[in-house]
Design a binder for this molecule. Structure first.
Ligand SMILES: C[S@@+](CC[C@H](N)C(=O)[O-])C[C@H]1O[C@@H](n2cnc3c(N)ncnc32)[C@H](O)[C@@H]1O
Length: 227
């Protein structure tokens, strides 16, 4: 199985590193989602499906711990998700009893599939960089989307998130702890400083990683006021 995965992974990586295809977000993600709805679509391609399950699981455990630390009971809160992908985080939120959820993704094929999987939730095709978020939300989730929204589009996306937050909302997002170049045209890392261009620094906290999940920030005006 590992050999099969390596035979799939290396040619795909080499093609991206050598040919450096121009990153057109809609075309890129439509193509990926139209091909399937597995971790190969949205996860870390260096890992096989089992490796991704484990890698996602660690971040999920850290996120659940962060909800509990902040006393966020999802049964009573609304959740908006940017880049819902194959619905991994939708499932987590659903399992925590959330009743008001809206998921969005740039790719229509992702949204069509998500609608078929979660009939009680709402999903919309939206480009988070250009489309504003309707309404105000208690929790906003954006996992592994940050590195795929580049330049001014990234700042635009954060402005939309900020506009959808109340004084007690929480925005959870993955990020890069240190600035680093990426050899892939579809990846541009964003550090805490990039988030601090839109959010006051006092709002931004690094989420503890007791389960060694990927680095994550929690952003809230409540942190700025000590709540
Ligand atoms: C790496 S995948 C992560 C998916 C999911 N959040 C997860 O962690 O499994 C990135 C997702 O973000 C979506 N996406 C990329 N750019 C976006 C944008 N500007 N607005 C909304 N969704 C976007 C892609 O279609 C894809 O589903």
């Amino acid at each position: 199985m590992r050999v099969m995965h390596a035979l799939r992974w290396w040619p795909s990586l080499l093609k991206d590193l050598v040919l450096k295809p121009r990153y057109d977000p809609v075309r890129f993600w439509e193509r990926r989602h139209a091909a399937g709805h597995t971790f190969w679509t949205v996860g870390r391609r260096a890992f096989d499906e089992t490796g991704n399950e484990e890698w996602y699981g660690r971040l999920a455990d850290d996120l659940r711990a962060a909800f509990s630390r902040d006393q966020l009971d999802l049964k009573t809160l609304s959740v908006y998700e940017i880049g819902a992908g194959i619905g991994y985080w939708t499932r987590l939120v659903c399992d925590l009893g959330c009743r008001k959820y809206e998921g969005t993704d740039l790719a229509g094929s992702a949204v069509a599939w998500l609608r078929s999987q979660f009939s009680s939730y709402s999903f919309e095709v939206r480009d988070a960089a250009t489309d504003s978020i309707p309404g105000l939300w208690d929790v906003i989730l954006m996992m592994h989307v940050d590195e795929h929204v580049h330049g001014e589009r990234f700042t635009g996306m954060l402005r939309h998130v900020k506009a959808a937050m109340t004084p007690t909302s929480r925005f959870f997002t993955t990020y890069a702890p240190v600035a680093k170049p990426s050899g892939l045209t579809y990846v541009e890392y964003h550090t805490r400083e990039d988030f601090a261009r839109v959010f006051p620094d006092a709002w931004i906290r690094q989420v503890p990683q007791p389960n060694r999940g990927d680095p994550m920030l929690a952003i809230s005006a409540a942190y700025g006021t000590g709540r």
